[in-house]
Each structure stands twice: as C-alpha cells, then as structure tokens.
Design a protein around this ligand. Structure first.
Ligand code: ADP
Ligand code: ADP
Length: 228
C-alpha cells in the first residue's frame, strides 16, 4: 500500500532530514511513528502528502510512484491519503456540517453524496448532535473529532495523523484513539506520528522509530521506547 524505496530528503543541500529510508506499510496497518524532535517524522509525512519531494528515491502509494505524478494531479492523491493535525485546522466561519461538506465540495462530489456522507461520518465520530455548531463552540476533543470526520468523508485508504492528541488531555486523547482505531478496523490504514508514550505502550501496534533521519526500530506490537 505504501512503500518507501531508498528515500532521502536533504533540505538546503546540507540538512539531512531522512537518510535512505526503506519501508513497507500494508493495507489495514496501524502504525505509530515515533522519535525525538528533529528525527524526521514531519518530513516523512510531508513526503507522503507530496508537500515536499524526496531528494532521492521513490515513494509508492497503491503501486503508483507519487514522486512521478505532477503537482496538478495531487488532488487525486489527496482523495487517497487524508490527514489530521494537532491543531485541527477547521474553518472558523463554517459550521461542523459545512466544514465536512467543504472537503467533499473541493473534490466536486454531488450534493446528493454530500447529504448522505456528512451525517454518516458525523455519526461515526459521535457528533450527530453538533452539526450546526461552530468550531469555537466545541471542546478540543470535539474539534478533533470534526477534523477526523472531515478526513474520512471521502473514504481515503490512508489516514495520517500528525500528533492528533498533542493538544488534548489524556482522557480526551483516549476518546480520539478509539475513533482512530475504529476507522482502522473498517480497513483504513492509519499512520500516526506521536509523542504520547502511554497511548503507544497500551495500544500494542506496529511502531516505527526514527532518529536523525534513519529508521532505528520497526517493531510489531511495539512500545514507545523513550522517556519524554
Ligand atoms: P515536531 O514535529 O517535533 O512537532 P516541527 O516539525 O515543527 O516539530 O519541527 C521540528 C524541527 O524542524 C525543529 O527543530 C524546527 O526548528 C525544524 N523546522 C521545521 N520547519 C522548519 C523550516 N521551515 N525551516 C527550518 N527548520 C524547520
Ligand atoms: P520531526 O518531525 O521528527 O521533529 P522534522 O522532519 O521536522 O522532524 O525535521 C527533521 C530535520 O529536518 C530537522 O533537522 C529539521 O530542522 C529539518 N527540517 C525540517 N523541515 C525543514 C525545512 N523546511 N527546511 C530546512 N530544514 C528542515
């Protein structure tokens, strides 16, 4: 589903953020991406989203080499790979419903599809009763659930979560993890970059650890492995 082949990324000719990464992620995997600050996690995610291009190597998503597709075609990639961020990134002037519908409008879904899909994903994240609220009227956990609903509304095969619990208290963080695990059970591959030791240690999923741009550990049912 995702393959990195001899991937390196060097910023400004000198700053080696990723060094010869080789990695396969299978359909349906749940992956924790861990490592100290500066290890290369954000760069890894940016390469997958085609926000940055590798200096060397190839990245395959569902057998398509994404380093070879033109910028113009990245919207198609975005249908397949979706992302949630630590800071939610919701549109403040749109309601919950409109925030999610907007993600469908940009890929030109029909209004019939939108009317079917938006209530469905709101139900999945447990926010059916918040459709008409604005982001500022919601708690942090609710905002993150909206951003997850928005991320899955176009049925991506891969969901990337960049520190999705970083702004949440531990109890709320666990609610978000339940939602992500439920999405994963339905078949979506989840790649989550995180510093949440408790969550990684408890969930017993595959753990990929980066340090100074290299994979130093790739562990089935792994642990966080750091003390921060
Ligand atoms: P984290 O992923 O740990 O939350 P960031 O990705 O924001 O943190 O930043 C990680 C490191 O990358 C930091 O040392 C930061 O200074 C550096 N960094 C991030 N973006 C840039 C940039 N545009 N130019 C230079 N350094 C950057
Ligand atoms: P992490 O997310 O694990 O904190 P990053 O991928 O943000 O790591 O950073 C990896 C390395 O690349 C760091 O040395 C960081 O300073 C550098 N870096 C990240 N983004 C940029 C950028 N846009 N320009 C220059 N250097 C960057």
């Amino acid at each position: 589903m995702i393959q990195f082949k001899n991937v390196s990324k060097t910023y400004n000719k000198t700053n080696q953020a990723l060094i010869n990464i080789n990695l396969e992620i299978n359909k349906g995997d749940f992956i924790f991406l861990v490592g100290p600050s500066g290890a290369g996690k954000s760069t890894f995610i940016k390469l997958l989203l085609k926000e940055e291009e590798p200096t060397e190597g190839n990245i395959f998503v569902e057998h398509q080499d994404i380093t070879k597709i033109s910028r113009r075609k990245t919207p198609y990639l975005r249908r397949n790979i979706s992302v949630v961020f630590q800071d939610f990134r919701l549109l403040p002037n749109k309601t919950v419903y409109e925030n999610i519908a907007f993600a469908m409008e940009v890929i030109e879904a029909s209004s019939r599809e939108i009317r079917r899909q938006v209530p469905m994903v709101l139900g999945m994240v447990g926010l059916s009763d918040k459709a008409k609220q604005y982001p500022h009227e919601l708690s942090g956990g609710e905002r993150q659930r909206v951003s997850i609903a928005r991320a899955i509304v176009n049925n991506p095969s891969i969901l990337i979560a960049d520190e999705p619990t970083g702004n949440l208290d531990p109890e709320t963080a666990w609610e978000i993890m339940k939602v992500l695990k439920q999405i994963n059970r339905r078949g979506t591959t989840v790649v989550m970059a995180t510093h949440a030791k408790d969550i990684v240690d408890t969930m017993q999923q595959r753990v990929i650890a980066l340090e100074k741009g290299r994979i130093v550990r790739d562990q089935h049912k792994g642990a966080y492995g750091y003390e921060d």
